[in-house]
Design a protein around this ligand. Structure first.
Ligand code: 4AD
Ligand code: MG
Length: 480
């Protein structure tokens, strides 16, 4: 007997997901003149006289506002008074070709509803042109400014493009834990995670804190990187990536460091360092191209306000091959440069941003991928070169940023990896699960970490990393 299987396909109901409004971005792009439309948004400016009132309304969908024209005679005086900068309103009206310059269409208001006022005496965003420092103090309101609207839309677009890139290339999104017991980078810059009573810590016989009584039965911390677990995924699924928050308790108050930042970490089986470099370059160029293709209004705004060379710089990266250079050659170039650096240059130096930027901005004038670093300044898991001195590390260095990506080929040899772990005094009893990947079906593999906010610094042209994440976490700053 034949059996027929009927599969009913999910059909989307005709639901409005826009909150009963037309978005400003759509009105400005495809709005039909003479149609009656509803917009909902926040008043950016209000001007006019007793005969006419102009409202500029922004609803977050675009850097551009829509202009609403009201005849004051038709509205309650109190209502009109309450519609001030920062207020949230609903406006129904007719879309018409705009009289004024600067916009194609505007709305002749017929009906106005005030959702929530914003008293001119206390609403802090009255005027344009607040400093970025001031806006950091009101991080709960700064998404309503043009600058942060633009940055946050670009941030979204980049996150989406990252998932798209990896999905299109057959990588699996692997969720790695935020609470771990290991220190991937070995720098000891970790936030503890504990439920022990800090006022009355339990002690063992040696007088040390007894973490066996803690929630997880061992000492845990917030992760500095998803890589180690990412490697477990790559050794099963072939190619994976992580994209999540990472935490570093380094007390460095610089424009490029956050205590909580997002990292993208692809990890790929059967990849040598050259493949890893090819992936990094292709990936970064894809993201930059995506921003140029999809975020031009916002990029142009940021270029106008903060960084006139922004768009040229983005295009420049697309048009040029990244220079690939040995660390040792890089040190020679820096030594012979005649430039004065705060940290003097010699082989073995952990390069500072000043050195990285010299190579990129002054010497090559192109992004640089620096490889084969001294093993002493890199993490335990990197593949050791035959010279006994260097490891197969790769850092991608960008103009204005310095290091944007850090990665490597991984040491896949069990003995060599174990030796290095012992040399560095890492307790190997905590690493047994990681070492097991090298005991069972080990394979060459490589990966890297892209700092999401460093990428955004480059793409938006903003100068401070605190201004490319909605709620920055830095020393002494966790208010919002
Ligand atoms: O070079 P890092 O420390 O590499 C790792 O964590 C590796 N486990 C990655 C891997 O191979 N899977 O960090 C990677 C990137 C840096 O290049 C930088 O872009 C960013 O993360 N980064 C930070 N971004 C903001 N604030 C900080 N404090 C950062 N520390 C690193
Ligand atoms: Mg690094």
């Amino acid at each position: 007997m034949w059996q027929y299987l009927f599969i009913t396909k999910f059909k989307m109901r005709n639901v409005n997901l826009d909150g009963g409004r037309t978005k400003v971005v759509d009105l400005l792009k495809n709005g039909q003149p003479d149609s009656v439309v509803t917009v909902k948004g926040w008043v950016r400016t209000k001007r006019g006289n007793k005969n006419v009132v102009f409202l500029a309304i922004n609803d977050g969908s675009s850097i551009n506002n829509i202009q609403v024209v009201l005849d004051p005679a038709k509205y309650d005086e109190e209502l009109l008074k309450s519609i001030s900068t920062g207020a949230c309103v609903r406006v129904v009206g007719k879309l018409v070709a705009s009289q004024g310059s600067g916009q194609s269409v505007e709305i002749q208001g017929k009906e106005v509803e005030l959702y929530g006022g914003a008293s001119p005496e206390s609403y802090p965003l009255q005027k344009k042109g607040h400093t970025l420092e001031f806006l950091r103090e009101i991080a709960h309101l700064r998404p309503r400014t043009n600058t942060f609207g633009a940055v946050l839309r670009i941030r979204h677009a980049m996150a989406f493009a990252i998932h798209k890139y990896f999905n299109d290339h057959g990588f699996y999104y692997l969720h790695t834990p935020l609470i771990t017991a290991s220190d991937c980078e070995g720098a000891g810059e970790m936030f503890n995670v504990t439920t022990l009573n800090l006022e009355e810590l339990p002690r063992n016989e040696e007088g040390k804190v007894d973490y066996t009584q803690d929630f997880f039965g061992k000492h845990c911390n917030l992760t500095v990187s998803g890589q180690l677990e990412g490697e477990l995924g790559a050794m099963a699924l072939g190619q994976i990536y992580t994209f999540g928050p990472t935490f570093r308790a380094e007390n460095s108050n610089t424009p490029r460091h956050l205590a909580e930042f997002w990292m993208i970490e692809p990890e790929v089986a059967f990849f040598e360092i050259e493949d890893n470099m090819n992936l990094a370059e292709d990936f970064l160029k894809y993201l930059i191209q995506y921003a140029l293709d999809n975020c031009m209004d916002d990029l142009q705004f940021l270029a106008k306000m903060y960084d006139g060379e922004l768009i040229d710089r983005l295009k420049f990266v697309l048009e040029n091959d990244f220079v690939r250079l040995d660390y040792t050659e890089g040190i020679e170039i820096l030594k012979n440069s005649g430039a004065k650096f705060e940290y003097p240059v010699s082989w073995g130096l952990d390069l500072q941003s000043e050195h990285e930027r010299y190579l990129v901005e002054k010497h090559f004038k192109k992004p640089v991928i620096l490889t084969n670093y001294p093993k002493e300044i890199k993490a335990f898991y990197m593949k050791q070169n035959d010279d006994g001195k260097t490891v197969r590390a790769m850092d991608v260095l960008f103009p204005k940023i310095g290091e944007i990506i850090g990665g490597s080929q991984r040491e896949e040899n069990y003995e060599k990896l174990l030796n290095r772990i012992n040399e560095l005094g890492i307790p190997d009893k905590d690493m047994w699960w990681y070492l097991d990947t090298r005991r069972f079906g080990s394979a060459p593999h490589s990966g890297f970490g892209l700092g999401f906010e460093r990428l955004l610094l480059f793409v938006t042209g903003m100068a401070n990393i605190r201004d490319v994440i909605p709620f920055p976490r830095t020393p002494n700053n966790a208010e919002f």
